[in-house]
Design a protein around this ligand. Structure first.
Ligand code: GMT
Length: 380
């Protein structure tokens, strides 16, 4: 099929999922067209099956806010017509589903019927979408999507609770491309990061408030009080400066490494012992899944969709949001017992394997076919 994918191109779960999905679909022979304002970070190459169309928003002094939705819907109409695109898949409802619906309506004027799949990723429902200033438009664009998918059962329930949704919501979990992780790195270069006796704790995120970055530092502080350890912080975002300041105040600067954004997270995870994800809310926790496939045990909060990924007492431990005491205790319990830690690491890999893209991709393909076959009965 010829599919247009709309996503955020930045580091962040929804963009990563959309990009990896597009790449995998292209490998299976579909023609994929990414439509967004910058080339997605995980999209390293373009070929005859993978195209990228940049949305430009011309600046005009009259506008206090530049109209991205308008530019996106126009770009979608032009791209869909030019490449005979058959299906539109938008990731993250705001404002993509809204712009996608406008594109659908414009195309209908030319008797082009394009089905739109909207994948809900989390904060588009739980944090941003639920805001009274956006809620009516988000509800409308969800209901005007031809198929709505959510990345976890928990997110589906939250969507149904928070919005007046008239469409069925199908759960298609996030995934991992296991073949990319089939060769164990032998060049882990652990010694570059830590001394032999030091345990390595890792956190990867976009450093937004919802990730509870201060909890990451607090948990690590308690760990390093009891054993030699290093904390690797990967990512960029608004909470990073505060985190660096906290490390100075706690006098642990020499034990914490801030690496910034990275396209090589598997190389970092390869030498990690524990992954910390104490988020306030998390629809799925893709970062935890990426850690698990790299055989890293996960200490996380028990919020949102995380329990659908990290299994308590098997792949790691889950605690109530903010319970840093318990999270540190659980981390130390694993770190102090090498055999137990190794069992959890192996379990993490086994559980993560169930989310292999080969199991998940056909679920999207089925949804695409269904939507395409009923394109003349689309929601308008
Ligand atoms: O805040 C983030 O982690 C980014 C955000 C996004 O939309 O890019 O992530 C959300 O989507 C990911 C992919 O589906 C999920 O794994 C994350 O759990 C989810 N984040 C939240 O719900 C906070």
């Amino acid at each position: 099929m010829k599919i247009a994918i709309v996503c955020y191109p930045t580091f962040g779960g929804s963009g990563v999922v959309a990009t990896e999905l597009g790449i995998a679909l292209a490998e299976r022979g579909h023609e994929i067209h990414f439509v967004t304002y910058r080339q997605p970070v995980r999209l390293e190459f373009l070929n005859s099956n993978i195209h990228f169309h940049e949305v430009h928003v011309p600046e005009y002094p009259l506008f206090r806010y530049q109209p991205y939705e308008l530019a996106l819907s126009s770009k979608l109409v032009d791209t869909i017509k030019l490449y005979d695109i058959e299906l539109l898949h938008v990731h993250y409802a705001i404002p993509h589903a809204y712009a996608g619906y406008m594109a659908k309506k414009m195309l209908k004027e030319d008797s082009i019927y394009i089905p739109m799949i909207t994948t809900l990723h989390g904060t588009d429902i739980t944090l941003v979408g639920n805001h009274p200033f956006y809620k009516s438009a988000v509800t409308f664009s969800i209901n005007k999507s031809d198929v709505v998918t959510s990345v976890s059962e928990d997110l589906k329930q939250k969507t149904l609770e928070m919005f007046d949704v008239k469409k069925p919501v199908e759960v298609i979990p996030n995934f991992i491309d296991i073949k990319k992780y089939s060769n164990d790195y032998t060049d882990c270069q652990r010694s570059l990061m830590a001394k032999d006796e030091e345990k390595i704790i890792t956190h990867i995120s976009n450093f937004r408030e919802v990730k509870r970055i201060p909890d990451v530092i607090k948990i690590f502080y308690k760990i390093q009080e009891q054993m030699p350890a290093k904390l690797i912080m990967v990512g960029e975002g608004p909470e990073k400066e505060h985190a660096e300041l906290m490390c100075e105040e706690l006098d642990i600067v020499d034990k914490v490494v801030f690496l910034g954004n990275s396209n090589e997270i598997d190389r970092i995870l390869c030498f990690s012992d524990i992954f910390l994800l104490p988020s306030e809310t998390e629809s799925f926790g893709l970062a935890a899944l990426e850690a698990m496939i790299n055989k890293v045990a996960v200490i996380s909060s028990n919020t949102g969709g995380i329990p659908e990924v990290n299994q308590d007492g098997i792949t790691g431990f889950l605690s109530d949001v903010g319970n840093v005491e318990e999270m540190a205790k659980n981390a130390l319990y694993l770190l102090k017992d090498e055999t137990l830690l190794n069992t959890f690491k192996e379990n993490a890999r086994t559980v993560a394997s169930k989310f292999d893209i080969l199991n998940i991709l056909p679920l999207y393909e089925t949804v695409y076919e269904k939507a395409y076959n009923s394109r003349y009965k689309n929601s308008y």
